[in-house]
Design a protein around this ligand. Structure first.
Ligand code: CP
Length: 316
C-alpha cells in the first residue's frame, strides 16, 4: 500500500479488522519493521487521540517520530499553480512536500475543512497537493472530508462488541454550538456500507450528508424511531452540507439521553471524541456501562499501526 487517503484504500475491511485485532493482542510483534524509518506528523489543526495514537503506533513499529504543529509554526503555504506570491503565503506546497519527503519515510497530515467553500473543501486541496508533490507515502489523519483512521477504528470497535452477525447501527446527529466538518460522519457512513450492518442515519432536516456518500442508506428524521432496537448508537455533530458549513439547529431535543438509550437494544454508545458533555450526550449515558468511547479511543492505536505496517511493508 502507498497512501492511506480514504477507506477506499482498504481492500478487505473484514481482513483488516482481524489483522488490527491481532496487532492489539501483540502490539510489539513488528518492532523491527520500522527500524531506521521516520514518520513526520503535520498538524494544521488540534488533536489528542490522533496525535498520540499515531505516535504510539509508530513507536510500536520501531519508527522514529517527528511532529510539527504546522499552523502557527510552519510557513503559510501556497497551493495555486503559477501564483505570484506577493501576498501572505511564504512557501509553495511544491517545495514543502518535497523537502519533508527528504526527512521522512512516511508523512501523515491532519487538515480540517474550512467550511467556507464546499468545492474547495471537497476537492481536498491540501491533502491532495501533498500527495501530488511528496515522494513518500501520505496518511490522512483527518482531512476536509474524511477521517479514515477513525472509521477503521470504528469498524474494529463494532466488530469487538457486536453480539449478532448483522447489528443495527445508528449514526445520530447531535447538537453542538460550533460548525463542525462532515469528515467523521462521511467516513463512518462509507465504512458502514462496507460492513454487514443494518445501518440507519438520523438527523434533523437540512443536515443531509453528501448524497454521493450516503447513496442508498436510509435516513430517519425521527431520532427516537431510529433508535428502536439499535445495537450501536454512533453520535456525531456535523454542519450542513447543502447550506454549506452552517449551524441550522442547536436543538437540545437531539441530545443523547438515558431515556433515548432505553429505546435501543441496550445499544453501545460510541463517539469519536472529543465530546461536549450535556450538549451532545448526557453524563449518565457517557458514564454508563454501555458507553465504549474509551475502548474506541484505544483502538485508534491499532488502526494506525495496521496502516503504517502495510505502508512500511511496501517500502521494503
Ligand atoms: N477522534 C479524533 O480524531 O480525536 P482527536 O481530534 O483528539 O485526534
Amino acid at each position: 500500500m502507498n497512501n492511506y487517503f480514504s477507506i477506499a484504500d482498504i481492500d478487505n475491511v473484514e481482513d483488516w479488522v482481524d489483522q488490527a485485532i491481532a496487532l492489539k493482542k501483540e502490539p510489539l510483534q513488528d518492532k523491527k519493521l520500522g527500524e531506521d524509518k521516520t514518520i513526520g506528523l503535520l498538524f494544521f489543526n488540534p488533536s489528542l487521540r490522533t496525535r498520540l495514537s499515531t505516535q504510539k503506533a509508530a513507536l510500536n513499529l520501531g519508527m522514529n517520530v517527528m511532529v510539527m504543529n504546522f499552523t502557527g509554526e510552519g510557513w503559510s503555504l501556497e497551493y495555486g499553480d503559477g501564483t505570484i506570491m506577493d501576498q501572505g503565503n511564504s512557501e509553495h506546497v511544491k517545495e514543502a512536500a518535497q523537502v519533508v519527503s527528504q526527512y521522512c519515510d512516511i508523512l501523515a497530515i491532519r487538515v480540517f475543512a474550512h467550511l467556507k467553500d464546499k468545492e474547495e473543501d471537497y476537492s481536498e486541496k491540501v491533502l491532495k497537493s501533498f500527495m501530488e508533490y511528496a515522494t513518500i507515502p501520505v496518511v490522512n489523519m483527518e482531512s476536509a472530508t474524511g477521517h479514515p483512521l477513525q472509521a477503521l477504528t470504528d469498524a474494529i470497535t463494532i466488530t469487538e462488541h457486536k453480539k449478532k452477525e448483522k447489528p443495527k447501527v445508528v449514526l445520530s446527529w447531535a447538537p453542538h454550538p460550533k460548525a463542525l466538518p462532515q469528515a467523521v460522519a462521511n467516513s463512518f457512513v462509507e465504512m458502514m456500507q462496507r460492513m454487514d450492518a443494518h445501518f440507519v442515519i438520523t438527523h434533523p432536516k437540512g443536515y443531509e450528508l453528501a448524497s454521493q456518500i450516503t447513496k442508498e442508506v436510509p435516513i430517519d428524521y425521527n431520532q427516537e424511531n431510529a433508535f428502536k432496537d439499535a445495537d450501536f448508537i454512533y453520535v456525531k455533530n456535523w454542519s450542513a452540507y447543502q447550506d454549506y458549513g452552517k449551524v441550522l439547529s442547536t436543538d437540545a431535543d437531539w441530545k443523547i439521553t438515558e431515556d433515548k438509550m432505553k429505546l435501543t437494544n441496550q445499544a453501545k454508545f460510541m463517539h469519536c471524541l472529543p465530546v461536549r458533555r450535556n450538549v451532545v450526550v448526557d453524563d449518565a449515558v457517557i458514564e454508563s456501562e454501555d458507553a465504549i468511547v474509551i475502548q474506541q479511543a484505544n483502538n485508534r492505536t491499532y488502526a494506525a499501526q495496521l496502516v503504517l505496517k502495510k505502508i512500511l511493508k511496501g517500502l521494503k
